[in-house]
Design a protein around this ligand. Structure first.
Ligand code: BEZ
Length: 386
């Protein structure tokens, strides 16, 4: 009995310095984001936002310095499992942050679930990540594809449009966005008469625009983002459709893209959990700090990166930087009210933001808020058992 007592004491004496050494070491964060391709600007904005929050905290989260290991995931789901496995097995990252593309994020979530690695999703909206794949170690600082799509279906139905054509890329984000739109639009008495799509990241829209013109719907709903959104908005106007068939979209259509879209985006209505004219003290401070640091205006992606860092910081602070105290880390984030530039939000049981979805209108170079399309909208988290 005495021997056992001494052994336990000795083990504790050894374990204490080990834990201290671990929390003194830098926390390795694997940033798996697109830095090339149609979503390149989105990846950069997310990293900028993440780094801005870190800088505001004096370069530490929960008392730990951060070491970044970066991977360009190219928005390519076929490379995602290899990329994420390298970050975990070769680079020994403590935390994964990524990604933008839903297909890439689903692969990351699978590996995170299998290995128990903490995953912060700073954009990709794949419903399943906080639906059937939900897990205690997976958190999202952004949205589900369902959220802006569902909110816009209600808006378009209330406007009295009856016949709508949807157009998007054929992958999880596009499919889920238009399905969510259809769900609420048809509940509100409308009908989606045609669902058009093309493979990601193709931007050969001409044949589909001709089909829209021939179908003569009351309106069009779309999901495109990044470089593809710029091209779609310009092509829609050039085809002469903007004058005759109102175009509505999930807000990614006009976020971070207005400089390039110019007058072709004027007046477009979109739904999203952020806007350029919130005019709150919190958002004004964020926008000023971002503009000073990067000589750029922030967009929704920058906010989501900033909030991913805030969420990680909240969890780490609760356990004084010791990630082995997983229960304390998780419950701190679950209980938190995150003081986001978009407006404060909490996480649902499935770890997805419960948030206001704004109705925005493009005025000059801004997505101006013209109302709240859906207050405190929570994703239905279909299939999540946690
Ligand atoms: C997605 O793939 O989930 C996505 C990409 C860009 C903007 C929004 C969603």
């Amino acid at each position: 009995m005495k021997t056992l007592h001494i052994t336990v004491l000795a083990a504790c004496a050894l374990a204490a310095p080990l834990a201290m050494a671990q929390t003194a070491a830098k926390l390795k964060v694997g940033l798996m984001l697109p830095y090339t391709g149609t979503y390149a600007a989105l990846g950069t904005a997310i990293e900028n936002g993440f780094r801005l929050h870190l800088a505001e905290q004096g370069g530490k989260l929960g008392g730990r310095e951060i070491e970044f290991i970066k991977v360009d995931d190219e928005s390519d789901p076929s490379k995602a499992t290899d990329n994420v496995n390298k970050l975990i097995k070769r680079d020994n990252v403590d935390v994964l942050v990524g990604s933008v593309h839903s297909g890439v994020a689903m692969a990351m979530a699978k590996v995170a679930k299998d290995t128990g690695t903490i995953l912060m999703v700073p954009n990709a909206g794949a419903d399943i990540v906080t639906g059937a794949m939900c897990a205690p170690n997976i958190f999202r600082s952004s949205f589900t594809n369902w959220q802006p799509g569902y909110a816009m279906g209600e808006v378009v139905a209330k406007k009295g449009h009856k016949k709508v054509v949807t157009i998007t890329w054929k992958y999880a984000a596009g499919d889920e966005s238009v399905n969510a739109f259809k769900e609420s639009f048809e509940k509100g008495g409308g009908k989606v008469v045609k669902a058009l799509n093309l493979p990601f990241p193709n931007v050969e829209f001409q044949a589909l625009l001709t089909e829209i013109a021939a179908t003569k719907p009351d309106a069009v709903y779309t999901f495109f983002a990044g470089g593809g959104a710029v091209k779609f908005v310009k092509d829609y106007a050039a085809a002469g459709l903007k004058k005759s068939i109102p175009l509505y979209g999930a807000g990614f259509l006009t976020d971070g893209t207005l400089e390039a879209q110019g007058a072709d985006a004027a007046d477009l209505l979109t739904t999203l959990h952020y806007a350029d004219s919130l005019s709150t003290a919190r958002d004004d401070a964020f926008r000023l700090a971002y503009a000073k640091t990067y000589r750029l205006q922030p967009d929704v992606y920058a906010v989501q990166g900033y909030d991913a860092a805030q969420m990680l910081g909240i969890g780490l602070a609760a356990v004084k930087g010791d990630l082995s105290k997983r229960a304390g880390f998780t419950s701190a984030i679950e209980k938190a009210k995150i003081n986001s530039p978009r407006g404060a939000f909490t996480l649902s049981k499935s770890h997805n933001p419960v948030q206001d979805i704004y109705l925005r209108q493009v005025v000059g170079k801004e997505n101006k808020v013209i109302g709240v399309a859906s207050k405190a909208l929570a994703d239905p988290a279909r299939g999540c058992k946690m």
